[in-house]
Design a protein around this ligand. Structure first.
Ligand code: URA
Length: 266
């Protein structure tokens, strides 16, 4: 599915002001840059800026969308802050019931609330972005990062990062159904890529997909006549879930670089 490209909010704001805009891939707006660098999460940064606690290049700014480049000088409450931050990532063992949305109109609880309430103080200043989605009832490995480039990389259709799911299904899939899962299933958004599929138990299917379409596992299994009863994600790339349900841990640099095949530019 193609996503409509939106003009970034900092760019819209800068255009409205007639201000110059920073150049380059890491160009950003102030509140988001503070969240990415781990100074404070974006909503908190917006409040601090509006309260006049943030200086940009020697002047107080009350503009959360003020454009910033990599060389911007920023102080918060008089303290100099670095806007450069390495790519960070954490894994969460998502429990069932939480939604992977920023907003939560039904009040069921979000993975963001769950994670930020448990993070160590050193990681609480970051704005955490979910790397892809899991349905509300799906459990298992959900990754978060401060770096939107890692989100784009890991979710881009052309990256083909394998994702391993285990689904308990209705009925007992036979050879024909398993073969169809492997070869490709026609869904309403087209044929799925070849996948690895095997039975772990008569009604438990392990499926490794290299694309990430909306509700893909549930749609594929429904299409071969075995609707999903419960779904769990075990691995993304070579990163395997290894914490208890509800718990999190930080990923090591090599897990991000090799496990997720992400070579971040500085
Ligand atoms: N496929 C689904 O159908 N649901 C998920 O949560 C993840 C993959």
């Amino acid at each position: 599915m193609t996503r409509k490209q939106r003009t970034p909010r900092w760019l819209e704001a800068a255009r409205l002001r007639g201000a110059g805009t920073p150049e380059g891939e890491r160009a950003d707006w102030l509140s988001r840059a503070l969240g990415r660098a781990g100074v404070m999460p974006r909503a908190e940064a917006e409040r601090a800026i509006l309260e006049g606690r943030v200086e940009l290049n020697g002047h107080i700014t009350r503009e959360p969308f003020a454009p910033v480049g990599p060389d911007a000088r920023v102080r918060v409450d008089g303290e100099p802050q670095r806007l450069q931050a390495p790519t960070r990532a954490v894994m969460l063992h998502k429990p069932g019931g939480l939604v992977v949305h920023g907003s939560d109109p039904e009040g069921v609880g979000t993975v963001f609330e769950h994670l930020t309430a448990r993070l160590s103080p050193a990681l609480r200043g970051f704005e955490w972005l979910a790397v892809g989605r899991l349905d509300r009832d799906t459990t298992g490995l959900l990754l978060f990062t401060n770096d939107e480039r890692l989100v784009r990389h890991a979710t881009a259709p052309q990256t083909h990062l394998p994702k391993r799911y285990v689904a308990r299904v209705a009925g007992r899939p036979g050879d024909a159904a398993m073969g169809r899962l492997r070869d490709g299933v026609v869904l309403d958004d087209g044929l799925t890529r070849p996948a690895q599929a095997r039975l772990r138990e008569p009604d438990v299917v392990e499926l490794v997909l290299t694309e990430g379409r909306h509700h893909q596992v549930k749609r594929m299994l429904a299409a071969v006549g075995h609707p999903v009863v419960s779904l769990h994600r075990e691995a993304v790339g070579d990163v395997v879930l290894d914490v208890a349900e509800g718990a999190w841990r930080a990923l090591r640099e090599d897990e991000v670089a090799q496990g997720l095949r992400f070579a971040a530019a500085p």
